[in-house]
Design a protein around this ligand. Structure first.
Ligand code: GTP
Length: 360
């Protein structure tokens, strides 16, 4: 691409949307990018893989990374998800913390806020999502509560940081005997660089707070503008027109997984995983009507779950296949033959080798 044509004040960089499951991250990503790239569903935690959307503007390029909901780890898989989120936070220029307008701020939000405050070095914009779902009065209240949350978590984190610094500067306060004066390379020599706040927004809380409705398109542009103000001067990082750089196979797997979760009575989002074994163009097809053979494995943890997925005489599995095939055909732009093999992989969530095989 031709960088010489880029305006002098061009900015480009990475943003990540975090928030508890169902907070509206995927829907907002899609609204910002203007095309469906992440997978949305009304079930929590469907977004396992990092899916990027790119917002191209005349003077900016905002690369959005959509992460799974940051949450308290329960299983090894949960821990992996949180690791992934931690790594992503370190790589971005700005963090958008999504908090839905139509739910009270809860322990999940507080947990995430404290994690963000502790990681400390990146500006955090609080985005109050689904603002169409509540009255203006309730929205105003929620904005106040979000601002309060920012003040509480950031202030508490700063106090804790200050306390750590004091303890390190004064060994007696740590309850031990008085030691020799610390040498220059000792841990007691003062605050370590990582404990110095790299970003101080001067407000005691969030870098900014903004309400949005991804569904009604209210303030979507404003969110893109606001996030872009935190990007560094840089030429575009991706050629224009790239909406996602996610490998197709990952999207295909997500489409199958999403279809498999729809309509399942019990919430089993962590018990289903999908791998794409093969995607090959079928030979001997007319040139104007190609077809791709897609073979996937759908893993569940128990025989009982396998029975749920397959359904009576295979009825559910056929439905899953039809729904997923529709999405995959739209994605690939050709006809698709989809075959799904349902397999039981016992306790795959707790088995690191199985997790590796499944791409985590
Ligand atoms: N009314 C309204 N509903 C919304 C809006 N944005 C998202 N939703 C709904 O909220 C639900 C969750 O949205 P997602 O975008 O899948 O949420 P998420 O945070 O990506 O969820 P996970 O993938 O589970 O982390 C879906 O049913 C959406 O239709 C909005 O602006 N207004």
């Amino acid at each position: 691409m031709e960088f010489a044509a880029v305006p002098e004040d061009y900015v480009a960089g990475f943003a990540v949307l975090v928030g508890r499951p169902n907070a509206g991250k995927s829907t907002l990503t899609n609204a910002l990018v203007g095309q469906k790239v992440a997978i949305t569903s009304n079930r929590p935690q469907t977004t396992r893989h990092t899916v990027r959307g790119i917002v191209h503007r005349e003077h900016s390029q905002l690369i959005l990374i959509d992460t799974p909901g940051l949450h308290r780890p329960r299983t090894l898989l949960g821990e992996r998800l949180n690791d992934l989120v931690g790594e992503t936070l370190a790589e971005v220029d700005v963090i958008g913390f999504c908090i839905p307008a139509d739910e009270r701020i809860g322990p999940g939000d507080r947990f995430i806020a404290s994690q963000l405050a502790a990681s400390g070095s990146k500006p955090v914009v609080a985005i109050v999502t689904k603002s169409d779902a509540v009255s203006p009065e309730r929205l105003a209240e929620q904005l106040l509560e979000v601002s309060r949350l920012g003040n509480e978590t950031m202030t508490a984190e700063r106090a804790a940081r200050e306390e750590r610094r004091r303890r390190q500067a004064d060994p007696q306060r740590r309850g031990g005997k008085k030691k020799k004066a610390p040498g220059p390379f000792s841990r007691d020599a003062g605050p370590r660089p990582s404990e110095t706040p790299a970003h101080d927004d001067g407000q005691g809380g969030w870098a900014d707070i903004i309400p949005v409705s991804a569904v009604q398109g209210y303030q979507v542009e404003a969110v893109a503008d606001l996030l872009s103000t935190y990007l560094p001067d840089s030429p575009p990082l991706y050629p224009e027109g790239d909406l996602t750089d996610e490998p197709e196979a990952v999207m295909v797997a997500e489409l199958v997984r999403e279809a498999a979760l729809e309509g399942v009575r019990d919430e089993l989002p962590h018990s289903v995983a999908v791998t794409v074994e093969e995607m090959i163009e079928r030979e001997d097809r007319p040139e104007d009507d190609p077809m791709i053979d897609v073979h996937v494995n759908l893993y569940v943890e128990r025989e009982s779950q396998k029975a749920i997925i397959i359904g009576k005489r295979g009825a559910r599995l056929r439905e899953i296949g039809t729904t997923a095939r529709g999405g995959i055909e739209a994605l690939l732009g050709t006809r698709v033959y989809l075959s799904i093999h349902v397999k039981v992989a016992k306790d795959w969530q707790r088995d690191p080798r199985a997790l590796g095989r499944l791409g985590f």
